[in-house]
Design a binder for this molecule. Structure first.
Ligand SMILES: [Mn+2]
Length: 559
């Protein structure tokens, strides 16, 4: 009896010793690394088991769990006071943003198939890099909390906040109390690109996740992105970017039928997939979408690949053009860009920039864009200069190291990119004198869907090509595909028709006059006029200073 109880006591002691060892090793630094970067073979407990283990862990001194962060104390200090403009500081409604809880729930906007799909959890952990400059505290906090709340614990190694010299250093510093958050601060304004590189350089995990500072991550946003990169490190992947309304902060799902693109002005835009592309996706609506361009605010990229590929152009300032540059670079140097439909992250889209641009926003944007065009676009950069003539006069600095890098990486030509990645972008022909949309104020010349013998009209410019795409050619025709603007009757007030283009037909000859601001029919000397657009269609009229005769091509290729 006595011996038995002694043996039992012995076991109990060993058991206690075991527990003590487990607890101790659970808090040591080396052990902590393992929690976050679990090797696939060690990982067996699944997400729930992981979360339980994490709760047992003691937080480092000075840190709190995200659930325990005092939102009211942090956000209250910068509240909009009565009588102040809620939009003044951030160009979105800060009062509405401040009202929301930091862990508010948002609608699950994913396709049904995503909800049924089991996601891999044996994925590499990521370092989330968020750069900001004078961001609204409530928006920045919600971004961080949504990352921590919506990601499996073991997949987020750390959140690196890069404060790009905000007026109040406490905006960032106070957030450093939250678990996993590290704060870096610039001692002068560096801009998005250099700030992101600083965050990336400090990152400890193998995969980088860049986020804007006014986002909210949705259900299972991270796993689908990490999976694509873990399978192939040359994939650079983005979520579908849902819309957080800048006035009321409602979270609205975005269309899953969009790709990133641009016109020859090199401004980012969303392109609808063509009907054939949409049809091809019906069998697998959640398949990754290859995209010519990323919006740039939110994406995941392998850290070593980011480095091999030249990070960012460190001579770009503030904001703009960097998404263009990294998109050309990734594609032309052998990688790919994808939008992953099962990953959804909300973003506050604004109409204006909330912050000042040292140097003036137009100039900085043109300078950055020129740097991208000069390094990556070969002779096609001339179409950019044709679309934005003022850019020619913006000095863009030295690009030698970027050109050198392109050569060393043995990257493909821009012609290859256009043919293989962005065949939807219409390229001017060597016969063209002017190209693109033919604009009159906010309206554009439009076929209205008509074909041969139809009339033409104007419609609000949509910048999507299609029925608004025209060219003025060297043989003086104004063309849409193989249809030409035709003056059927040489009398003022007569309707212009679309007819098949014919060589040497004087009824189809046009020229630009008065500094390329008008189109004159050569045979009659009448001008293209929209005064009757609402009743009937476009006509020719005696040339006059009327605004209804002012037309401008988006690209003028003649100097
Ligand atoms: Mn943004």
């Amino acid at each position: 009896m006595r011996r038995k109880s002694r043996i039992l006591l012995c076991f109990a002691f060993l058991w206690l010793l075991g527990i003590a060892y487990y607890m101790y090793s659970g808090t040591s630094v080396s052990r902590k690394e393992d929690w976050n970067e679990i090797a696939p073979e060690k990982k067996s407990s699944g997400v729930n088991g992981e979360e339980k283990s994490q709760n047992l862990e003691t937080l480092p001194p000075g840190k709190v769990r995200w659930q325990d962060f005092d939102q009211d104390a942090y956000v209250g200090v910068t509240a909009v006071r009565p009588g102040q403009d809620a939009y003044a500081r951030n160009k979105f409604n800060q009062v509405e943003s401040d009202k929301l809880r930091m862990d508010r729930s948002v609608p699950d906007t994913r396709h049904d198939h995503c909800r049924r799909k089991p996601w891999r959890v044996d994925l590499p952990a990521t370092s989330v890099v968020i750069t900001f400059h004078n961001e609204a505290r409530s928006a920045l906090l919600r971004t961080i909390i949504s990352v921590l709340k919506k990601s499996p614990v073991h997949l987020v190694k750390e959140i690196i906040l890069v404060d790009d010299y905000s007026d109040n250093a406490e905006d960032g510093a106070l957030l450093g109390r939250i678990e996993k958050v590290r704060v870096l601060r610039n001692d002068r304004r560096e801009g998005l690109m250099r700030s992101r590189v600083k965050g990336a350089d400090a990152a400890q995990s193998k995969v980088l996740t860049f986020l804007d500072s006014h986002c909210e991550c949705n259900e299972r946003w991270l796993e689908p992105l990490l999976e694509r990169v873990a399978e192939d490190k040359t994939r650079v992947v983005s979520p579908i970017i849902d819309v957080i309304n800048m006035d009321n902060f409602q979270y609205v799902g975005a269309s899953a039928d969009l790709k990133g693109g641009f016109d020859w002005n090199l401004v980012f835009k969303w392109d609808y997939m063509t009907p054939e592309q949409r049809r091809a996706r019906q069998g697998n609506p959640i398949a990754p979408i290859k995209t010519p361009m990323i919006a740039g605010g939110l994406f995941v990229m392998d850290k070593s690949y980011f480095e091999e590929l030249g990070k960012y152009d460190m001579m770009m300032d503030v904001w703009g053009g960097e998404n263009l540059e990294i998109s050309f670079r990734v594609w032309q140097c052998g990688g790919s860009l994808e939008i992953i439909p099962c990953s959804r992250v909300g973003h506050v889209f604004r109409k204006q920039h909330p912050y000042t641009f040292p140097g003036g926003s137009g100039t900085v944007f043109a300078r950055n864009t020129r740097r991208a065009a000069e390094v990556w676009m070969d002779e096609y950069k001339n179409f950019y200069y044709a679309a934005v003539p003022s850019a020619r006069n913006v000095p863009f600095g030295n690009i030698q190291s970027r050109v050198e890098m392109r050569r060393k990486l043995n990257c493909k030509t821009f012609k290859w990119y256009l043919e293989n990645v962005y065949p939807e972008l219409r390229v001017p022909d060597h016969q063209d004198i002017a190209f693109g949309a033919l604009q009159q104020g906010t309206n554009c010349l439009d076929t209205l869907g008509h074909f041969a013998d139809g009339v033409v009209g104007v419609y609000e410019c949509h910048n999507a090509g299609g029925n608004q795409e025209w060219a003025l050619t060297k043989d003086k025709s104004v063309k849409h595909m193989d249809l030409c603007l035709t003056v059927v009757d040489r009398a003022p007030g007569s309707l212009i028709k679309l007819q098949g283009c014919r060589e040497n037909d004087s009824r189809q000859k046009w020229e630009q006059i008065e500094n390329n601001s008008k189109l004159r029919h050569v045979g009659s000397n009448f001008c293209l006029d929209s005064q009757n657009a609402k009743n009937g269609g476009l006509t020719v009229e005696a040339c006059s200073p009327s605004l209804s005769q002012q037309w401008k091509f988006s690209l003028n290729l003649q100097q």
